[in-house]
Design a protein around this ligand. Structure first.
Ligand code: ZN
Ligand code: ZN
Length: 109
């Protein structure tokens, strides 16, 4: 049975302990990014607020980086309380800050 937690606590812990093992996997349309911690095997879903989609940089990030080369995204900064994440795309050489995020992690028993 998988359990789902509506919290960024697990992602926070992985980020603190082994951030290089957190890998973006794919886009969950319309606006959520699925990431996997390869060490803990915890999947997290990071949902963007509707308002964020009006932003050009965020649209490009979703349409290109997350859709085309998610594995090249590095998680650079994290402020769970502020609902904020910073990504850096190694292909486009561009950083992107996402705010107003909702976090949800799924753990297998
Ligand atoms: Zn982990
Ligand atoms: Zn990119």
């Amino acid at each position: 049975m998988a359990k789902t937690f509506k919290s960024g606590a697990f992602l926070r812990q992985c980020f603190d302990l082994h951030r290089q093992e957190i890998q973006c996997q794919k886009l969950a349309p319309p606006a959520a990014v699925l990431v996997l911690c390869k060490v803990c095997e915890i999947w997290s879903r990071i949902s963007l607020p509707q308002e964020a989609l009006g932003d050009d940089a965020t649209q490009k990030f979703i349409a290109e980086c997350v859709s085309l080369h998610p594995a090249k995204l590095r998680l650079q900064r994290m402020a769970i309380e502020a609902q904020e994440l910073g990504f850096f795309c190694e292909v486009c050489r561009v950083g992107n800050r996402l705010i107003g995020l909702e976090f949800e992690s799924t753990l297998d028993d």
